[in-house]
Design a protein around this ligand. Structure first.
Ligand code: SF4
Length: 389
């Protein structure tokens, strides 16, 4: 099998890409002059109201923080400055890198290409298993940040030949204004905007963002409120609502479920989650079950056994989902894409390497069935999967 992707391509991309700080497994490139500890550039924040007592109510995410003058919301990046609401996560990413788009993971979006990926410090969630906690649980003053305007991000993506920009690593909704302005510019430049998100955002800001967003990979971290409360510090219902909005608005959607043994691997909960995805988002929605490794506050826990992941996949297939992948299990057959209609192998994968793609004009090269996803850079708005793609 010919795996043309392109380990070399990504190594080259890494060499010309900017560096990052603090994320395991990524390469830091660039001189000390390029990053500054604590660089922030306050910018006007959106989605808030001023209360009668002078405090600010943030309306960006379901936490709805009430913020006194001089204080910040729980994400650590949005601040009340004398009645003016500002974000400190604008134009100052602490992580910038070119990743294979498979790493998001987005398996149905321009496979085998690089995605210009970035994040600022901060997050509105507090997952005990966070793999990027060094930046997600930090404030922008605590990280080494690049000074990169939206224009500079889009130019860098163009220069490095990336057909997409990915907002990722932390919850990108907390740098909403920065993401929005990058997305506006990149539309004009013909670059796709994608994000990896936990979708913990209020409906209105999400609806306004959707026209600028071509694809989203959403962490559905569990399917019980207990899981969300105990391990994430959030609630499940707003995430489900956000998923329905993304689907309704025609954003290409893939879902990731990190399977943590003993916490969210109950077969009944997995079946309920898959049934919900099938009924609300459609059976062709790609679902990635990802393997947990001990990290952050869950260092003492054990990794997900392969048999647990395979069982989860079996449950999903039984519930009628048609694109069910396993992640963090290199060389497993479930890393690859098979046509939901004729079951032929369409995209072989080995880790982040992609083999010969058998999809032509968005359809299976064997039986002609339409395959949900974005397969060409010139995708027209509105093309792509719907509820019953
Ligand atoms: S975005 Fe931040 S400040 Fe706003 S409600 Fe959410 S956690 Fe609070």
């Amino acid at each position: 099998m010919n795996f043309s992707c392109t380990r070399r391509r990504f190594l080259q991309a890494g060499l010309i890409g900017l560096g990052m700080v603090g994320l395991p497994g990524l390469v830091r490139i660039g001189s000390a002059q390029e990053v500054r500890l604590g660089y922030v550039r306050p910018a006007p924040a959106v989605f808030y109201s001023v209360l009668a007592n002078g405090n600010i109510r943030c309306e960006l995410c379901p936490r709805q923080c009430e913020i006194m003058d001089g204080d910040r919301g729980e994400c650590g990046v949005r601040e009340n400055r004398g009645g003016k609401y500002v974000t400190l996560a604008y134009g100052n990413p602490c992580a910038v890198h070119i990743d294979p788009i498979e790493k998001k993971p987005l398996f149905h979006v321009l496979p085998g290409t690089g995605s210009y990926s970035l994040a600022t410090a901060g997050c509105n969630l507090h997952c005990k298993f966070c793999q990027n906690w060094e930046i997600s649980q930090a404030r922008p003053e605590e990280t080494h940040n690049f000074a990169l305007s939206p224009e500079a991000i889009v130019q860098a993506a163009q220069k490095t030949g990336c057909p997409s920009i990915a907002h990722t690593y932390v919850e990108p909704m907390i740098f909403y204004e920065y993401m929005r302005d990058i997305a506006r510019l990149s539309q004009t430049a013909g670059i796709l905007n994608v994000c990896h998100t936990a979708a913990y955002i209020n409906p209105k800001p999400l609806e306004e963002l959707c026209p600028l967003l071509q694809a989203a990979c959403v962490d559905l971290k569990g399917f019980t409120d207990t899981f969300y409360r105990d391990l994430v510090g959030a609630t499940l219902a707003p995430v489900l609502e956000a998923l329905k909005i993304l689907r309704r608005q025609g954003v290409h959607l893939e879902i990731v479920n990190l399977v943590i043994p003993q916490y969210n691997d109950n077969p009944k909960d997995l079946a309920a989650m898959c049934t919900w995805i099938r009924d609300e988002l459609g059976p062709l929605t790609p679902l990635h079950f990802s393997r947990f490794y001990p990290l952050y506050k869950m260092k003492q826990h054990y990794p997900t056994p392969l048999s647990t992941l395979e069982k989860a996949r079996e449950i999903a297939l039984q519930q009628g989902l048609r694109y069910v992948y396993l992640g963090n299990v290199p060389q497993h057959p479930a890393e690859s894409t098979y046509c939901h209609n004729c079951q032929q192998l369409l995209i072989p994968r080995r880790g982040y390497q992609v083999g010969e793609i058998k999809i032509k004009n968005g359809a299976c090269g064997y039986c002609g069935a339409a395959i949900p996803g974005i397969w060409s850079k010139n995708r027209e708005k509105g093309e792509g999967p719907r509820k019953e793609a």
